[in-house]
Design a protein around this ligand. Structure first.
Ligand code: ATP
Ligand code: MG
Length: 425
């Protein structure tokens, strides 16, 4: 293939922007060793948008081994493809070698990289700078910044799309989404996070390709789940996903108008904004809760209720795990939060002290507050638990109990905003 030329645009403003000095050091050192090196991807996009990149990626023609010769302290990591992590005191810079797409399935060597239905199986084939640009997902993610010359290299009209705030796949949308259907979820994430519009061609390709998400390994979907919902833009991502029916594929037990899920998403966004820890377990617990409720309502009788609830929890969590493989500690978190709802519904519970001391009490309480806010649990009950914690906190954790429900008094806010999903340990 003949080399394609980029548009080069001077961007002196980026030199003063929040570019990591360590990233510039990495670029300089690679260049001094005779290699090409640029900042690339999300960091360039975010700098151009005036934001603060969360990390800095460098692209180079040096192989990971060669990067390691330049930076002996670099670690080579990655399963799908090898990248080098160059560690500094407070950050690490990800250095990846230029790669190219493997779309030519008439070529014997490359045929191995695409499955029969066109899904990209491996993209670990090194390439040139221009090939590296075209193998990327969206135009705004394929901009290269040269911190020495202060120029941006643009092969795909990404700069124009930054201007018009448009998210557009590079190349033919259906082909690119089929090649790696996770790009559908990446589109949701970037559109939600950046407040960008999807380009019409990209938008039209999403629904027809969305079924391909069922073929993605559930562990990769869990990674993507975290990126989608734990980045402070969960509410926007969720609404956008429903426009394409994606939750029906990924969360078959969830419902579009579920107020509890929305409240959990809002709470998660609020916590991210305040730099508080969040757990995906809390969201998953909310997404699967109505189905858990339905199943326990159908099966429970008075004397086997606890057993039946445990069985229902097990089967509901198991079904969700068919699409999104979350780790066992999260299944246990969800199960505990659900199980504690029954304890919290008794006022006072059988063993107040033990309930308050339960490692999941705080998460279960937060869950109860959301249920109360969305009309699914008694607000007075939630208030009672708020008061109990305040009382027991004041006298060193004794079992002092308010004598009656605290009525309509407002819950004292902990920090600003919504209740708090606890971090997973
Ligand atoms: P964020 O700020 O959320 O990290 P990002 O754009 O840096 O956003 P990453 O997932 O860190 O996203 O990926 C880094 C870059 O690698 C992207 O900008 C994109 O150019 C490329 N990339 C990542 N995943 C894919 C993919 N599935 N297909 C094609 N290109 C990808
Ligand atoms: Mg990144």
């Amino acid at each position: 293939m003949t080399e394609r030329k980029p548009v080069r645009v001077a961007h002196p403003d980026l030199a003063e922007a929040k570019v990591s000095a360590n990233a510039v050091t990495v670029v300089d050192s690679l260049r001094n060793a005779g290699y090409q090196a640029y900042l690339v991807g999300g960091c360039v996009r975010d700098l151009l948008l005036g934001g603060t990149p969360k990390d800095f990626d460098v692209a180079t023609d040096a192989t990971p081994q060669e990067v390691k010769t330049v930076f002996p302290r670099a670690r080579l990591i990655g399963r799908r493809f090898r990248i080098a992590h160059v560690r500094f005191r407070r950050e690490f810079i990800e250095v990846s070698t230029f790669r190219r797409r493997n779309e030519d399935d008439d070529d014997q060597a490359d045929a191995n990289h695409l499955s029969a239905d066109g899904v990209l199986l491996s993209d670990n084939v090194y390439g040139t700078l221009d090939e590296d640009a075209f193998r990327r997902d969206f135009t705004v993610n394929a901009l290269y910044y040269d911190p020495v010359e202060d120029t941006v290299l643009d092969y795909t009209s990404g700069l124009e799309d930054i201007e018009t705030r448009t998210l557009r796949t590079i190349g033919e949308p259906e082909e690119r989404l089929r090649e790696d259907p996770v790009r559908i979820l990446r589109a949701m994430r970037f559109a939600a996070k950046l407040g960008f519009d999807l380009d019409p061609g990209t938008r039209d390709a999403i629904a027809p390709m969305s079924e391909l998400l069922t073929a993605i390994p559930p562990a990769r979907l869990f990674d993507e789940f975290n990126k989608l919902f734990m980045n402070g833009h969960a509410v926007a991502a969720w609404s956008l996903m429903w426009e394409f029916g994606l939750p029906e594929i990924l969360f078959p037990l969830s419902e579009e108008d579920d107020g509890l899920v929305r409240a959990a998403l809002e709470s998660t966004d609020g916590r991210v904004a305040e730099d508080k820890p969040v757990t995906p377990g809390f969201l998953l617990a909310a997404m699967c809760w109505p189905e858990f409720q339905r199943r326990t309502a159908l099966s429970a009788t008075a004397n086997n209720a606890a057993d039946e609830r445990l069985k229902a929890a097990h089967s509901v969590i198991g079904e969700q795990q068919l699409t999104i493989a979350f780790p066992r500690r999260l299944s246990m978190f969800i199960r505990d939060v659900w199980r504690l709802q029954s304890s919290l519904e008794r006022r006072p519970p059988r063993n107040l002290k033990r309930t308050l001391a339960h490692p999941r009490f705080r998460a279960a309480y937060d869950f109860l507050v959301l249920r109360a806010e969305t009309g699914e649990a008694d607000p007075e009950l939630a208030q009672w638990w708020t008061d109990v914690q305040e009382t027991s906190g004041e006298d060193g954790g004794s079992t002092a109990v308010p004598s009656r429900p605290a009525g309509r008094r407002r819950r004292r806010r902990r920090g600003r905003g919504r209740p708090n999903p606890e971090p997973a340990p």
